[in-house]
Every structure is written in C-alpha cells, then in structure tokens.
Design a protein around this ligand. Structure first.
Ligand code: ASP
Length: 421
C-alpha cells in the first residue's frame, strides 16, 4: 500500500524534479559510502551508453529534416541565407562568451578528477587543419559507423540540400527522415526517463570518489552559464537590434518576456514556438511570411544558449580532469558546437546529448557528463530562453531587412500595447 503510494508520487513527479532528487540522493549516498559507492556507477554507465546510442541517428535525421524544412523559392532562399548566417554567426559568438567565462570562473580547477575508464575518452584530437580537411567524409557510411560527427553533419547537410533540389522525387525520402527524426526525439524522451537513476549512480560515484566538495564547482558552472546568457541577450542581441536594425532594444526585450518565460519553464524551444510566433507578430510587428519561416527554422537550428553552455561545460570538464586545451582545441569547440547546434533538437535535455559529441571531438572524457547531468535542468532553463530570444532577434532583423517589419507595431508605446491575445 505504502509502496504503491510512493511509486505513484514518484511517477507523478516531473522529470527534472526526479533528476534533482536523483542528484541529491546520489550526493548523500556517495558521501556516506565513500569510494565504495563505485558499485553504483554501472547504473550511470548504462545511462551514458544510452545517450551515446542516440547521437549518430539523432544528429543525422534531425539535421536532414532541418535542411529540408526550408522550402525552395527564391525569396525563401534569400531569407534563409540571411537567417542562417545570423543564426550561425551569433552562435559562434555565444560559445566564445561561454569559453571566456569558463576561463574567468575556472569552475573545474582543483577538482583533480581522473579518467577511470579510458573508453569514455574521445580519441586524441587531430590538428586543426587536419580536422578541416577531414570534415568531408570519403565514405559517409564509415563516418556514420565511426560516429565522426563533423563528417556526419557535412554529409547530412549535403543530403538535405540534394533531397530538396530533387523536388517531388525527394519527397518520399524526406518523409522517411521526418518519421525517423520523430522516432529519435521519442527515443530521446525515453532515454531521458533513465536520467534520474543514471544521475543518481553517477553522482554517488562522483561524490564517493571526490567528496561532497564537488558541489561548489557546479555552482560556479551555473553562475558562468547564467551570467553568459544574460550578457548575450542584454548586450549582444540588444546591441544588434540597435546597431544593425536601428530599433529600440527596450521594445525587443519587452516583447521577449512571454516567450522567454515559456522557454524557461518548458525547456523546449520547439514547444515555445507558438508563443514565439505570436509575440513576433503581435508584439514586434514581423510579417506572417517571415515569422512562419524564420522562427521554425530557428527552433530547429539556432541554439545560442546551448552553444554557450557547451563552451562553459567543455572547459569545466577539461579543467576538472586537468586536461590542457590548446588554441586549436578552442577553435574545434567553437566549430563543433556551432555546427552541432544545427542538429540539436529544440527539446528538453538535447544540449546534454550534443555536449557529448563536443567532448569526444576534442578528446575530453565523457565521464564529465555525469557531473553536468545533475544540474542540467537548471542550465537548460537558461539556455532554452536564450535560444528563443535569439530566434526572435534574427526574425526581427530579417523582417526589417525585407521591409516586412511593421514599425508602428514594434514601436507602439507600453500604454497602447494592452492588446488582448
Ligand atoms: N532545451 C533546449 C531547447 O529546446 C535544447 C538544449 O537542450 O540545449 O532549445
């Protein structure tokens, strides 16, 4: 009876609460058990392996869907190029902010973690030029089999463009990839159900091995990500709105409130899309044709908050394991995260999965994911909000450049904006 009650209370909890509970219990149990908590580690390994299983098919399918969702008319082509250039450019800036903040906060320094399972370390990172040359896969099937993400991204982009150019003949294949991408999102959801247990096992092992002191660095990671997110929106996005668009940043920020709040609580930029589209039209005055093309594209490919988070976390993990990164590694992180953001689904927790690919591309231990996974929901709230604010900013700028921004709506005063939805 009591057991049933406990089970239903647990079953009724939101996933992120379960993850936080798993993390807290893990720290407590690990703190009590000490190094012998290693026996709990396999539960975490199971979770990490399940995540790794998703990466290749998830990136491949969702990227193709992202590319093919752009319809091929001249205007769409022009708008698409502007939007993509802005999306990718701002993402590279976001990750750079993340890297700078991680170098200021140094959240992982002094943790002295060691890699216990060499299999969880990515391969030795190749030189930068070599990485660039290697981006084109000589054999896409072996790239998929080997899990070479940069090559997979390039091939998926090419295939997506080719399928779009095929017109009607490409449709059946596009449908297959759409359906597979849906299935992969579903599978991600299922795997994330393991997260509370995986996080428990990993946190118990980490806390048992390194002591409860591990929590302080995590607070520094949270601070670095949140400060980065605030700077990115208030300084960088607002600056672009002012300088490139010649528009009022205050109006932009005000129009963001609802979509950002929805993003913060749902941690899904795809789920926030209806709120974002509504705000861009009614609050910002962007035309329907621009907002209905640029925003869904952004929800699929634009992940500035996620990239910023990956920059902070990659450096945190490098610092925690005492691994020195070279300048070329930084470039590879920027490149991988920027490209990976195209393949990141706008669903809760997707950034954590993509973090594993950034880590393996630069040769950092995937074990570091364990520590970050425990606080992932808190970080996801901030990064998803930034993802959505970025989509909105790009939509406004593209709308303005296409003369499809109604400035009388954009500039309307607060007093006259009590419009009912
Ligand atoms: N939750 C994020 C989004 O929907 C993706 C991520 O996990 O970083 O935008």
């Amino acid at each position: 009876m009591t057991n049933t009650a406990t089970t239903s209370v647990w079953g009724g909890l939101a996933l992120w609460k379960k993850i936080l509970i798993g993390m807290a219990l893990g720290v407590i149990v690990g703190g009590i058990m000490g190094p012998s908590a290693e026996v709990l580690k396999p539960i975490g390994t199971l979770f990490i392996n399940a995540i790794k299983m998703l990466i290749v098919p998830l990136v491949f399918c969702s990227l193709i869907v992202g590319v093919t969702s752009m319809k091929d008319t001249t205007k769409m082509g022009r708008v698409g190029i502007k939007a993509i250039a802005l999306y990718l450019g701002t993402t590279a800036v976001a990750i750079t902010i993340g890297l700078v903040l991680a170098n200021i906060f140094l959240p992982g320094v002094g943790l002295n973690m060691t890699v216990s399972d060499p299999n969880t370390v990515g391969k030795e990172a190749p030189a930068f030029i070599q990485t660039l040359l290697n981006m084109i896969p000589k054999n896409p099937i072996s790239a998929l089999a080997a899990g070479n993400i940069l090559q997979i991204i390039i091939f998926a982009l090419g295939l997506g463009v080719a399928l779009t150019l095929c017109g009607e003949k490409g449709e059946p294949a596009i449908k297959v990839f759409e359906s597979l991408a849906e299935a992969m999102y579903k599978m991600t959801e299922l795997v994330m159900k393991l997260a509370p247990y995986g996080v428990f096992g990993l946190m118990a092992w980490v806390a048992g091995k390194y002591g409860v002191d591990i929590l302080l660095p995590l607070i520094k990671v949270i601070a670095a990500v949140y400060i980065g997110c605030v700077v990115h929106v208030l300084v960088f996005y607002s600056g672009l709105i002012k300088v490139v668009g010649g528009l009022s940043p205050a109006r932009y920020l005000k129009g963001l409130v609802t979509p950002a709040a929805v993003a913060f609580t749902t941690t899904s930029s795809s789920g926030t899309l209806p709120a974002t589209i509504k705000a861009s039209r009614e609050e910002m005055g962007v035309s329907k044709s621009i907002s209905s093309f640029v925003l869904p594209l952004g929800a699929t490919i634009n992940m500035d908050g996620t990239a910023l988070y990956q920059g902070v976390c990659a450096l945190f993990i490098a610092q925690a394991f005492g691994i020195d990164l070279e300048f070329s590694d930084y470039i590879v992180i920027i490149l991988t995260s920027t490209l990976a953001s195209i393949g990141t689904a706008g669903v809760p927790g997707a950034g954590l999965i993509m973090l594993s690919l950034v880590l393996s591309t630069v040769g950092l231990p995937l074990e570091g994911l364990a520590i970050v996974a425990g606080i992932d929901r808190i970080l996801d709230m901030a990064r998803t909000s930034v993802n959505v604010c970025g989509d909105m900013m790009v939509t406004i700028l593209v709308g303005k450049s296409e003369n499809e921004l109604d400035e009388s709506v954009y500039n309307k005063t607060t007093a006259s904006s009590h419009k009912t939805a």
